[in-house]
Design a protein around this ligand. Sequence first.
Ligand code: SF4
Length: 246
Amino acid sequence: MHHIGYIHSIESLGTLDGPGLRYVLFLQGCPLRCAYCHNPDTWSLYRGRRVTVTEILTDIKQYLPYFAGGRGGVTVSGGEPLLQAPFLTQLFQALKKLDIHTALDTSGYVDVEKVENLLRYTDLVLLSIKHSDPLKHQLLTEHLPYKPLRLARYLTRIGKPVWIRYVLVPGLTDAEADITALAELVNSMPNVERLEVLPYHDLGVRKWEELGLEYRLGEILPPEEAYTEKTRNFLRTLVSPTVKVS
Ligand code: SF4
C-alpha cells in the first residue's frame, strides 16, 4: 500500500535542521498550538499538497551528490511530522536503502506505539521541548507534555541519537527554574548529543493575522543575542560536557 503525504513546503538544501546539507520536507498537520508558532498555516493536515513517496524520492535523488559520504541527508519537519507516520515510514525505509541519513524534527506529541516502526529507519531525532514545567507547557501549547516526555524516555531506552531544541521566550521559558529543569531532563537522557537554544522570534505574526488568529505574544520582544548566549553558557555549566550546547 502506498501512503499519501500532505506537505507544506520543501527546502532543498537547508543547513539548520541536522548535520550537513539537508533536504527539508515540511509536512502539514499539528495537534499543538504553540503561542510562538511561526507556521500556523501547517496546523491543518489536509491544507497541504498531496504527494506520493515515489514523487518525493524522485525529487530527493537530484540532491544525492550533496549527501555523499554522510555529509547531509533528509530532515522531515512540520507542523508535526509524526502525524503522518505511515507515509514517513515508507519514505525513510526507501531512503535508508539508498544509505541517506534521516532526521525527524518533532514536538514529540504522538503515541510512541504509532512511531516505533518509523524510528527504526530514523538516524536522528530533533526533539523540541516546549517547556520543562507541565502547566506552563499547557499554557504555551494548549497541551500537557506527557506524550513528548514519554517519547523522550523511549528514545533514551532505544539509544536513539537526539538533539534537543528549546525556544527561549523572555518571560515565558527563560526562568532559572525552567532552564534548570530543562538541564535535568537533558541529563536524564544519555542519548542527547546536542542542545540547541533558539531565540524566540516574531516572524510568523503576519501569518496569524492572515488566518484571522489572535497572536498572544504580541507584547514580547525577541531576546538579545547576548542574553541567549548567556543562557547557553548557564546551560553549559549544568549539562554533561558530552552535550554540545549551541
Ligand atoms: S509544534 Fe511546531 S508547528 Fe506545531 S504549533 Fe508548535 S511550533 Fe507550530
